[in-house]
Design a protein around this ligand. Structure first.
Ligand code: NAP
Length: 304
């Protein structure tokens, strides 16, 4: 019998039924517990809010399975020597696609002009077609590539950029400059690593077309906040819709809250969904028990 420690107490109510059910469906004989002798734990299901921070006593644990897609809060834990898998959840991806498409369409169609129109101004200016609105996605992983596909489905010309070469995508520093130069709407879906921190700074913001819109559902640290505020002040950046921040909840006196051209959403772009995520975890445990390679294994050196 495999012992699975569910080490995210705040989420237990969501997984209490789903996880045992998913394990049974995957044909894994396991019991899921919220407390256990560390020496007897085979797998740990984990979230950054977990009180568990010392993985050293978990000597027989075959993998730590994160409920979060972003692993920056656990990847450098020196006691974590077990394989770490991040979450790639179809439900989470679906949510992210909806958030990105929704906020892209808001800015593309200029919806605010008609929703907030106290003077009842009859402005018959028609927005361009999506095919005339270039969008750039930085980070073409599980989430970025799904968002790019959905936006392409609506005819937006999408430029993708990531670390390694991929068909139809840009990469490298020259690729980044090229990707930013056309981005009327820029979507950040990079993980937080030492290489991506402040990737959007005064220099890179200056490469965007005048009036570009920034959507950040990635991580707060991707943006140099002072540089973004300066670009918003000058009008070089037309609007920023931000879901993630260096400090969360965003402090009530942060200038983002009151800036007329910033929209704050409270880290709700995409949530891990227990029904689908439980099946991803169960499949990884099945793989571990069958001696097959884990899905979504984190590369500690790369940091994601
Ligand atoms: P992923 O599959 O690991 O994809 C990450 C992408 O970023 C890959 O395309 C990778 O390039 C690229 N990348 C990483 N470092 C880079 C660098 N230095 N330069 C250029 N490209 C780089 O991750 P994901 O599942 O798509 O998730 C992305 C991020 O979204 C997560 O890390 C998390 O921070 C955020 N997120 C936010 C929410 C929310 O609710 N706001 C929810 C879930 C996730 P390669 O493919 O070439 O390696």
């Amino acid at each position: 019998m495999t012992t699975v420690l569910f080490a995210a107490p705040a989420l237990w109510a969501e997984y209490e039924t789903e996880l045992p059910k998913a394990l049974a469906e995957a044909g894994v004989a396991a019991h899921v517990v919220t407390m256990a002798d560390p020496a007897e734990v085979d797998y740990i299901v984990y979230a950054p809010s977990s009180p568990l921070q010392d993985f050293a006593p978990y000597v027989r644990t075959k993998a730590v399975l994160s409920l979060w897609a972003g692993v920056e809060r656990i990847v450098n834990n020196p006691t974590l020597t077990q394989p770490l898998c991040r979450m790639v959840d179809p439900g989470l991806t679906e949510g992210m696609v909806e958030w990105v498409v929704g906020h892209t369409l808001r800015h593309h169609l200029g919806m605010d002009r008609h929703i907030v129109n106290p003077g009842h101004i009859w402005d018959p200016t028609c927005p361009p077609l999506a095919r005339e609105r270039p969008v750039t996605v930085l980070g073409m992983g599980a989430l970025g590539s799904a968002c790019a596909a959905a936006l392409r489905g609506l005819n937006f010309p999408v430029t993708g950029w990531s670390r390694t070469p991929k068909p139809g995508c840009l990469h490298g520093e020259a690729g980044l400059r090229q990707a930013l130069a056309t981005a009327q709407i820029l979507v950040l879906l990079l993980p937080k690593t030492p290489q991506t921190e402040n990737i959007l700074n005064a220099e890179t913001l200056a490469l965007l077309p005048h009036g570009a819109v920034v959507l950040n559902p990635g991580r707060g640290a991707l943006i140099d906040d002072a540089a973004l505020l300066a670009a918003l002040e000058s009008g070089h950046v037309g609007h920023a819709t931000l879901d993630v921040f260096r400090v969360e909840p965003l402090p009530s006196d942060h200038p983002y809250w009151s800036h007329p051209r910033v929209t704050v959403t409270p880290h709700i772009a995409a949530d891990t969904r227990a029904h689908s995520a439980a099946r991803v975890i169960a499949e990884n445990i099945r793989r571990g028990e069958a001696g097959e390679p884990f899905l979504h294994l984190v590369d500690r050196v790369r940091g994601y």
